[in-house]
Structures are given as structure tokens and as C-alpha cells.
Design a protein around this ligand. Sequence first.
Ligand SMILES: [Cu+2]
Length: 101
Amino acid sequence: MNLLRGAAAIAGGLAAAAVVFAQAVTTNLADGEVRKVDKAQGKLTLRHGPIPSLDMPPMTMIFRVADAKWLDQLKEGDKIRFSAERVSGAITITALEPAAK
Ligand SMILES: [Cu+2]
């Protein structure tokens, strides 16, 4: 009986973790508009909205991107949604997608 209860508790814990993860992904996406693409440096200049995960207000700034190949898909004026994290002291875009039209 104790074993069964333990298994149920673990399953419940995983379900709760999945829900929290989904919320975090949704709320961590910030809006951005591409101002400049620097493929040589692997950097992207964005005019971005608030980034709650970094406690950052809207501004225009330069980001590193986790994968420089993403820059091939982008051009000035594109609207995107993205998440950013501090990686080794540099603010880095860790995920991005085209903004829904
Ligand atoms: Cu900023």
C-alpha cells in the first residue's frame, strides 16, 4: 500500500511540474522587432518589449543568439517572439519564433 501511494505521489508531482513548465514557456516569451542582424558576430539587435524573466523594461539592445543559424531566417523589420537568459554573463536569445500575425 505504501508503495502504491508513493507511485501516485510521484505521478502527481510530474503532472504539476509539467503545468508549471508550460506556463513558464508562455509567459517568458517577449516581443521583439529586428533592427539589425549581425551574422558575423552572431548578434541580433532587437527593439523588445518587457522581459519579465530578466526584469527588463522595453528598449533597443543587442543580444547574442544561442544558434547563429537562426540569423539566416531573420531580416530587419521582422517581428518575433523570443526568450532570453543570461548565459556566462551575456544576455542570450535561447528560443525564438515568428510573431503570430
Ligand atoms: Cu533590453
